[in-house]
Design a protein around this ligand. Sequence first.
Ligand code: ACM
Length: 533
Amino acid sequence: MLKNLFYIFLLTTLILIACKEENNKNNLGLIPLPSKIEIASGKTLVDNQWSIKHNNNHTDLDYLKDLLTQSLNNHKITLNKYPNKTISLVIRTDDGLNDEDYILNIHKDKILIIASSPNGIFYGIQTFNQLLDSSERSKNGLLLPNINIVDQPRFKWRGMHLDVGRHFFDISFIKKYIDYIAMHKMNIFHWHLTEDQGWRIKINAYPKLTEIGAYRDETLIGSYYDKPHKYDGIKYGGFYTKKDIQEVIEYARKRYVTVVPEIEMPGHSLAALAAYPELSCTDQKHAVAKIWGVHKEIFCAGKESTFIFLETILTEVAEMFPGPFIHIGGDEAPKDRWEKHALDQKRIIDENLKDEHELQSYFIKRIENILSKLNKRLIGWDEILEGGLAPGAIVQSWRGMDGGIVAANAKHEVIMSPTSHAYFDYYQSEDKDKEPLAIGGFLSLEKVYEFEPIPEDIEPEKIKYILGGQGNVWTEYINTPQKVEYMAIPRMSAMAEVLWSKKSDRDFESFKERMKWQYKRLDSMKVNYRKDS
Ligand code: ACM
């Protein structure tokens, strides 16, 4: 009896210790949760008596040092006074750390951020910033926990997408969006630059793409499903100059975010066809779309001029974007025009193709060939599987996970962004009347958090082809930066944790606890995130 009581006492004590440990970790407010956190006893006071140093002459380290100095200044701590208490940014390659991994160690008079590359140091600083936010304030500075964090991402593709075709967002907001990506330790900005409703990137060889294609006469009011359709009668548009693009790429580079441009083809190309109607199958005049949905006018696959046009555009795009990827869309291309057009039908016969789906595959393979000569990897939505996949293509699975599974099993790399878990244009509540107008669906924060990019029915040796996942923000019903923030955040925080943190650590209750700190952070940044999630 006594023995039993002893065991019950012991068990309860252990549970209480474990809960306290868990609470302590949650109280650090870290999002995404690091792989390993060890909290030691005691605190380290960070005040004006500290300095920052680094061990390497990599140019990024000076910038990273400034970034850290700025964070401390934001907490009213001014450094560089005394050399004996140091925050050290250490680049070294003998700890077995990959590019994005880092170690953050806080103990007495020393703070160490160790990584094998500046990218890892940047992530160490992001975590350090979060600790500054959640730390206790004393009269002179902040009391940081003595702690050892060893951290690494689970997936290498941690992306966020933004559609600037349906609505245009200027580069001051694009930079903010990149800040949100970086603070979540995400590393991909998928910039959806062309659509039926607007072409948003200046191409020197084809000025009409932006002179004509960047503007629509008016925009649908309300929902697509409200009939009869009503329009606002206001000309709408905008585009990015080469200087804008360069500025965004440089901004992203400093935050270790790769910008992936998307140039849609053969579908979602009505704005381009309004500018250059000779590349459509009908040769008729077209107008930039003013209503959402899938449009039947697509690039003609029978005309050689289409491929010359696209090669010229992709060459300019490849020159502008230093990253290794170009997304070419490939989704939702209705085949109606190709079915009726003599040149498309001739192409099917000449190339010994079975049907229009194989013609789409022929189209994408030719584009893949162009991109590979430009030293770029092609990414396409999962429709690029139809009629046969282009060699080397990366598939972005959006109509569920199946496309991704087929592609991975065929040894193609995959980005998972199924509508079920990754479409941040969906409603955030089942009670749609309480929410601003959205495209439809329902995707709660918890559902995003439950997302698992590696499907169960994938062959085990093919798991390595799943690069990661991505949240997508389509903007038919999102016409202001504030609404982008409302739709993207905090679902983006859940996606970041899914893609960075260990699967075995996934715990929605802990996530919600840590998000309380994240909300404070977002408040201080004046972000219009969705509350009460
Ligand atoms: C898509 O949502 N049409 C890729």
